[in-house]
Design a protein. Sequence first.
Length: 173
Amino acid sequence: MEVVIINIKKYMTKEKKPPQHKATHQGKLKIGGITIPCAVLENKERVISVRGVANALGTKGGGAYWKLKKAGKQTLPEFISAQALAPYIKDENNEIISGTVSYITKNEKAAVGLRADILPKICDIWIRALNDGVLSTNQRKIARVAYILMSAFAKLGITALIDEATGYQKDKD
């Protein structure tokens, strides 16, 4: 599983705490040619790799993004920080920010995940912006990937997908 190795001291802010949970199951979520690392934590929370989501969507934070991030002024992940999305994330902003979870992988590495229930909301933001015609050419490509992901979620459900990818369904009570 690809994980984001983080320096806990740099990652933490006043609100953030060091990882509280460990992954009990890890795997790769495969949807229409897209692969995203995922995990089930000991508290049964399902998470998707933040870096994996960025890679799947094809997003990279530009220089301005990382400058704001280092200064502590950018709280949203790079895959949802595009200016064109700002009008669409007002209500979801706090939930997206609080939806990131630091945890310890089965390999004892610190990682950052996104609560599984947040990813469909992020995809919806991209799709609404696409439907409204406010995205650039490159951003439209990201929105199309978001649409592919959202379609898969609608068919199977994100929790079931992660349980299947990690083998967790075998251990359910």
